[in-house]
Design a protein around this ligand. Structure first.
Ligand code: HEM
Ligand code: HEM
Length: 183
């Protein structure tokens, strides 16, 4: 259970850093205030936790089966989606990190639309993984045991994730379109 608990703490820290990275990027895109250092520090801080969390998750799930005694643990559709989204995140992360130069070099071509589409798929996958996982971390840490409360938290979490997905997709793609003279 120890690795699982450390992984749950780390995953909550990752969510916090993600909110900072996302908040900073949205601020930068809305105000056109761009600070490369803040962008890199916030982005690579999330990336560091992301890699550690991915390693601990693989060890916990595949190697140690370190989940005995956790009430929510059953291989249901949620767990399958959680794992599929995890694999997709790893595959799409490089494209996210290098999306800006790729958009710049492909402006005006079909490749530009593809890069934006894959970016939105990356954001959707990320919010899907977080919406499916957040309350599980609270259960793992022993902060949540009531199944009804867990369902309420899941619904609130899902609503927040859907709103953030729409906000992020609209703000970032429309600002890119202005920057690169699209549409
Ligand atoms: C919904 C969530 C996210 C949003 C809205 C977001 C937004 C952005 C944007 C707009 C950029 C481009 C900055 C630019 O060059 O103009 C960026 C860069 C970056 N992002 Fe994210 N990101 C998200 C999730 C993540 C995740 C999960 C990671 C890491 C695991 C990450 C790591 C990075 C890194 C390393 C960069 C490059 C920073 C740079 O070179 O300045 N992002 N992000
Ligand atoms: C910024 C990106 C990510 C965030 C915010 C995040 C967040 C979370 C959270 C909160 C949990 C619940 C922890 C628990 O059940 O105690 C979780 C579980 C999980 N995550 Fe992530 N995650 C991210 C990326 C990834 C990646 C890249 C992988 C790739 C391996 C991954 C694989 C998993 C797996 C397999 C679980 C289930 C672990 C278990 O049941 O023990 N996650 N994630």
């Amino acid at each position: 259970m120890t690795i699982k608990k450390w992984n749950a703490r780390l995953s909550l820290l990752t969510i916090l850093l993600l909110l900072i990275h996302e908040g900073y990027q949205l601020f930068a895109y809305i105000t056109f205030y761009y600070n490369p250092t803040l962008s890199k520090v916030s982005g690579y801080a999330v990336a560091g936790c992301f890699v550690l969390h991915a390693i601990l998750s693989v060890i916990g799930v595949a190697v140690l089966h370190d989940a005995k005694g956790v009430a929510y643990k059953r291989l249901n559709i949620r767990t399958v989606l959680q794992r599929v989204s995890a694999v997709l995140l790893i595959l799409l992360l490089p494209l996210h990190i290098f999306s800006f130069p790729m958009l710049k070099s492909s402006a005006g071509s079909f490749g530009y639309v593809m890069v934006e589409a894959v970016q939105i798929i990356f954001y959707a996958t990320l919010f899907c993984h977080v919406a499916l996982s957040f309350s599980n971390a609270l259960v793992t840490l022993g902060w949540l045991s009531d199944i009804k409360k867990k369902r309420v938290i899941d619904v609130i979490d899902l609503i927040i994730c859907v709103i953030m997905l729409i906000a992020v997709s609209v703000i970032i793609t429309t600002t890119h379109a202005k920057m690169f003279g699209q549409g």
